[in-house]
Design a protein around this ligand. Structure first.
Ligand SMILES: [Zn+2]
Length: 512
């Protein structure tokens, strides 16, 4: 009789911005919190709310074993929050305790798949991801393969490398390969089941590039680097993972990581990692920002709104990116655009629960007077008093078609569309970044008809708007915020120094 493979599934997903308010259970419950059989159900759903990495893993395993009855999943806990500040110690420890209890209840497993982000910090530790990996290893023992997928913004620790057999990072930014990386994790786990031994090598560079410089399309340094890394995949090398990390986590773990796994030897993995790290270091000056000032953006928006001839423009506000822990509600750009009388412009999306509630109470067609950021305490979330007309009201749940939300169910919470003197503001009650044109069309706004659109996003929107806007129609505005690409604006406490580009004379040499 063939014994079915039994694989435990778990994951903790948080990208922590040290400068943002801390997060706790409520943030995870609002975003993604699945346990037990609900994980299997979501993973096999057509438009899942669970991380697509889990769906990819299940898909590959189901195909390998001829359907879901051909292998046994042990779904444990898969949770995730929108990017936020450090996770609260009490909640994180409770999560670990729950994970431990559930893992111990399982019968022996053959493998563990961990769907993890990898850039979490906690209020009490720099390395909650590593703590979790250590716990899983302690319970399943040294021989059971543990394979994890990571976001390419993960900050790597020795503990994360040591406690797992294989770490597989995304290779696209915007991240559109979560599903494929989940499938890859499954394929690699099957290889580990067959007895293949992997040798690993890890190098970390003192390079912490601003997030806006880390796109992976052709012509971008990070994309070129990742593609070069993939050129080594073959008979000997099973995986090359290059993780740029997430600057705003501000941990001793920060720095671009090169992880190479070889079926042949440690030396083989080391040689490839060295070559790639040297290439990245020699090209470090390519990681440059290219933003325009708020006054230039205002002038352009006014011109494009008033005249039908110029091409429509898509403005990004990378400094207030909820996808990096930003609050998604700063008013610097909105205020300037209103003062200048910009027309035919849509702000997608703006996080303000109070504005949404007021709009719902008043109803469609009503005029309301409100103060945006009524209850916000963050220094960048300045209050702004406005008079608006409520254009429409929505549940906020919709199916995604483009970019990172394609094939998923998105949920912005109750959502209100307000018109403020020719500017439409999409107010949402679940904080998140605008990841695609679905965030307009789901609420009855045709993105094709907009003269200008402003998104609070660092770069993930690009995959979800590329069917409408060419790269030359997309401009990044230099405004203040919790996720400003101007790294010198922050009071770094734990970042290893010197580090490039903050310390321009940083020296790095390979130590063989
Ligand atoms: Zn990321």
């Amino acid at each position: 009789m063939v014994v079915k493979k039994r694989i435990a599934i778990c994951g903790f997903n948080l990208e922590s911005n040290r400068f943002a308010p801390s997060c706790n259970e409520a943030d995870f419950k609002e975003s993604m919190y699945f346990s037990g059989p609900d994980i299997s159900k979501e993973a096999r759903a057509e438009h899942p709310k669970i991380h697509l990495g889990v769906k990819g893993f299940y898909d590959a395993m189901d195909k390998q074993f001829g359907g879901e009855k051909g292998w046994e999943d042990e779904p444990i806990l898969v949770i995730g929050s929108q990017p936020a500040g450090p996770v609260d110690e009490i909640f994180f420890n409770r999560f670990l305790h729950d994970l431990e209890t559930r893992l111990k209840k399982m019968r022996d497993v053959d493998g563990v798949y961990i769907c993890q982000h990898g850039a979490a910090v906690a209020t009490h530790t720099h390395d909650p991801d590593g703590e979790m990996f250590k716990l899983v290893r302690r319970i399943v023992g040294p021989k059971v393969p543990i394979v994890a997928t990571l976001d390419l913004h993960a900050n790597i620790s020795q503990q994360m490398v040591d406690e797992t057999d294989l770490l597989i990072g995304y290779r696209t930014n915007p991240h559109v390969d979560l599903f494929e990386r989940g499938q890859e994790a499954a394929r690699c786990m099957l290889e580990l089941f067959s007895g293949v031994e992997l040798y690993k090598h890890w190098i970390k560079l003192p390079l912490v590039a601003p997030s806006v410089t880390l796109l992976t399309d052709d012509g971008h340094p990070y994309g070129d680097l990742i593609r070069e890394g993939q050129g080594y995949i073959g008979h000997a090398i099973i995986n090359v993972t290059i993780l740029a990390g997430f600057a705003f986590s501000d941990t001793p773990k920060n720095g671009m990581s090169f992880l190479v796994y070889s079926r042949e030897s440690s030396k083989n993995a080391e040689t490839v990692a060295n070559k790639l790290a040297q290439k990245a270091w020699s090209e470090r000056e390519r990681y440059k920002t290219n933003m325009i000032s708020l006054s230039t953006a205002t002038k352009l928006a006014k011109e494009v709104g008033d005249n039908p001839d110029p091409e429509p423009l898509l403005f990004a506000d990378p400094a207030d990116n909820p996808g990096g822990g930003g609050r998604g509600n700063t008013t610097f750009i909105l205020k300037k655009f209103l003062e200048a009388g910009v027309k035919n412009c849509v702000f997608s999306v703006f996080f303000d629960i109070h504005a949404v509630e007021t709009a719902f109470e008043s109803g469609v067609g009503s005029k309301i007077k409100i103060t945006l950021n009524h209850n916000e305490e963050n220094q960048f979330s300045e209050a702004l008093s406005i008079e608006a007309t409520v254009l429409s009201l929505h549940s906020g749940i919709f199916k995604g078609h483009y970019g990172m939300v394609a094939g998923t169910t998105a949920d912005t919470g109750r959502t209100a569309i307000l018109d403020i003197e020719g500017i439409r503001l999409i107010c949402i009650s679940k904080r998140q970044q605008c990841r695609s044109s679905d965030f307009l069309s789901a609420f009855g706004i045709d993105p094709i008809d907009c003269r200008t659109i402003v998104v609070k996003s660092r770069g993930h929107f690009r995959a979800g708007f590329k069917h409408i806007f060419n790269p030359n129609q997309i401009l990044e505005i230099d405004a203040p915020g919790l996720t400003s690409p101007n790294l010198s604006c922050f009071d770094w406490e734990y970042l290893p120094r010197p580090v490039y580009p903050l310390d321009r004379d940083t020296i790095w040499e390979i130590n063989n």
